[in-house]
Design a protein around this ligand. Structure first.
Ligand SMILES: N[C@@H](CCC(=O)N[C@@H](CS)C(=O)NCC(=O)O)C(=O)O
Length: 203
């Protein structure tokens, strides 16, 4: 059985919990207290971060890598496109989202940066601007790739859930993003994957 070491408020761990629930197979989630990390976390992941997935002798870290593995291991419902060209494009999007958006989410999640208000404000602004640029795409598309829910939506959802919590207010012209977010938040697997601490992040 797969075991996921997960942070109860960690947006990257939430991505993996979301995929595990979408697949509806057996798994175990182990909550890790990031203020008091067990030693084995750094043994399993040299970067000392969650999420970490363990299945027999396989140990994986990095949420997107974990999620692609789960998707290949349990193909239904398939979250990466089947077509190689679309699949490659999706990987490129995932990569760009990490570089342009989630690097700033990392700053907001970093406990050592919490007193540096300038750094935090810059991260909030970068996220707001990048998300606003995605709004036109979501006027015509139901999900990031079109009609089908995919890994890109999984990746994005934990950030959209935390906008208020992070103190990020999107401009009015980003309304399609809010509608898109509600579409994802209403998925049964999304709701099941939320921890109690995440449930109270959004009113
Ligand atoms: N790029 C990584 C980011 C993971 C990450 O930053 N996890 C944070 C929690 S949200 C963590 O474990 N930080 C270590 C710590 O706080 O000591 C991923 O996608 O898995």
């Amino acid at each position: 059985m797969m075991v996921l070491y997960s942070g109860t408020t960690c947006p990257f761990s939430q991505r993996c919990r979301f995929v595990l629930y979408e697949k509806g197979m057996d798994f175990e989630v182990r909550d890790i207290d990031l203020f008091n990390k067990p030693e084995d976390i750094s043994v399993m992941n040299p970067y000392g971060r969650v999420p970490i997935l363990v299945e027999r002798d396989l140990i994986l870290y990095e949420s997107n890598i974990i999620n692609e593995y789960i998707d290949e291991r349990f193909p239904h419902p398939q979250l990466m496109p089947a077509d190689p060209v679309m699949r490659a494009r999706t990987r490129l999007f995932l990569h760009n989202f990490e570089k342009e958006l989630f690097v700033h989410v990392g700053v907001l999640e970093d406990r050592s940066a919490r007193s540096d208000e300038k750094k935090l404000e810059n991260a909030r602004r970068m996220i707001r601007d990048r998300l606003s640029q995605l709004a036109p795409l979501l006027i015509k598309n139901r999900y990031m790739l079109g009609e089908e829910f995919s890994m890109l939506d999984v990746t994005m959802a934990p950030l959209l859930w935390r906008l208020d919590h992070y103190g990020i207010e999107l401009p009015k012209n980003a309304a399609p993003i809010q509608k898109y977010a509600e579409r994802i938040f209403s998925r049964p697997a999304y709701i099941e994957a939320l921890t109690p601490s995440e449930k109270v992040m959004r009113r």
